[in-house]
Design a protein around this ligand. Structure first.
Ligand code: GLU
Length: 428
């Protein structure tokens, strides 16, 4: 058995209610857009909330009941899309916020999707592989009335991966009686997954970081980077950014972080992490640091790639970075956002910065529907084009409204969803 996934991260999910944050962000954008009050009322709530309590047989023969959610915020522009996370601190309001952010993320990149999210309250580090499979299959079966290529398409998120998606795809397919690859994305290649999907979120983070630096007039070689989180997103971002010439000086995982002001050799950190399961103990580190200390390092660029609420009223004034790229969903509270804005710290918001994952999920779904698969080169080129275009459009709107990149991204996204809602009209 592995250990718990609970972390030494400074913020906790309880620190600020993520749904209150998401609604405050939306309200701010609705005001800038002078959105019609009826549309405002529709878009500031989630459309469907589904809670399931379900039994799982544990290895010792006992039965445990787990609670899970699948929330659909919006379906106006296409099927609902969004990941599933496993974490002890999953809550209804967290999943509602994440589903709303998925709607805006898909709209920022102009993918033909609405937004959804799922979560199960559990500590996957405390579960065996068999227990994880049992939990995943029963949860998939419980939410299967919502799931399908035309209605709602799950993907990996915090503490879920390709194997989780394979179990979900198999469970839904067995219930239908035939294989439905397009029912989830982030699957293994052998069952209809896409080239480039595992690295897609990190690749998107790299692309937007380059875009931001270009606009700020910075060369990668002049920039030091600290990355909080060494999961699928943080580790790939670190590797790709170093490949572009950035000096990655600090990384961390749930146990803590490592720091070397002269730069860390990321391929070597990746090998150490693969061998030991943590970044701590890496021979090339000058210092071992906590996750909260990592956020306050004297670096040019800070990349939160873990959980919500990492930047709050408590630490925002002490952040030394000039650029924050939100690889995680919801890492900045509205109070911290205001402090960053006042202090001239540029924030590339989550709904733009981490949209690379869902963009290649979209490619995976398209390939599955056509049963025709593309090469990685083509996927990466298309991903880069979409991320660069989204960045440009967000930046233009931010300048036009004299506001932050977050509000630029919200204006782009909310307007797209609002226009689609208005033209469809109200049923019946
Ligand atoms: N969980 C990822 C996110 O938060 C990916 C979602 C997807 O690919 O549907 O964007």
């Amino acid at each position: 058995m592995a250990s718990s996934v609970l972390t030494d991260l400074p913020g906790t999910v309880e620190a600020a209610n993520p749904y209150v944050t998401a609604q405050r962000q939306f309200d701010q954008a609705a005001a800038i857009l002078q959105l019609d009050p009826g549309l405002r009322a529709v878009l500031r709530e989630v459309r469907r909330e589904f809670t399931v309590n379900f039994p799982v047989r544990m290895d010792n023969g006992s039965i445990r009941v787990f609670t899970g959610y699948r929330i659909q915020h919006n379906l106006t522009r296409g099927p609902a899309k969004g990941g599933i996370r496993y974490h002890p601190q999953v809550s209804l309001d967290e999943v509602k916020a994440l589903s709303m952010w998925m709607t805006w993320k898909c709209a920022v990149t102009n993918l033909p999707y609405g937004g959804a999210k799922g979560g199960v309250i559990c500590d996957p580090g405390q579960l065996s592989m068999q227990e994880l499979e049992n939990l995943t299959r029963r949860y998939a079966s419980e939410i299967s009335i919502l799931i399908g290529p035309e209605s709602d398409i799950p993907a990996p998120d915090v503490n879920t991966n390709q194997q989780t998606m394979a179990w979900i795809m198999d469970t839904i397919s067995m219930e239908k009686g035939y294989s439905i690859p397009a029912t989830v994305t982030g699957k293994p290649l052998s069952i209809g997954g896409s080239e480039g999907r595992p690295a897609a979120t990190g690749r998107g983070v790299m692309v937007v970081t380059m875009e931001a630096c270009k606009r700020l007039g910075w060369e990668p070689q002049q920039c030091s980077v600290a990355i909080q989180g060494f999961g699928n997103v943080g580790s790939v971002s670190a590797d790709l950014l170093q490949g572009q010439g950035f000096k990655v000086v600090a990384v961390s995982d749930v146990y803590g972080g490592i720091y070397n002001p002269d730069g860390l050799d990321i391929p070597a950190v990746l090998a150490h992490h693969a061998a030991t399961g943590r970044v701590g103990g890496f021979a090339g580190a000058r210092e071992e640091i906590s996750n909260s200390a990592l956020l306050e390092l004297p670096v040019t660029i800070l990349i939160p790639a873990a959980l919500e609420n990492q930047f709050t009223m408590q630490n925002a004034a002490r952040i030394q970075a000039k650029l924050v790229v939100e690889a995680a969903n919801g890492p900045t509270t509205p109070e911290a956002d205001d402090i960053f804005h006042q202090r001239g710290i540029v924030v590339v918001p989550d709904i733009l910065a981490n949209a690379g994952g869902v963009t290649v999920s979209y490619f995976e779904w398209v390939q599955d529907l056509q049963s025709f698969f593309w090469e990685e080169e083509e996927i990466n080129a298309r991903l880069t084009r979409i991320m660069e275009l989204a960045y440009r459009q967000v930046d233009e709107l931010a300048q036009q409204h004299r506001t932050t990149l977050r509000m630029g991204a919200y204006c782009l996204a909310v307007k797209r969803v609002a226009d689609a809602t208005a033209v469809r009209g109200i049923y019946p």
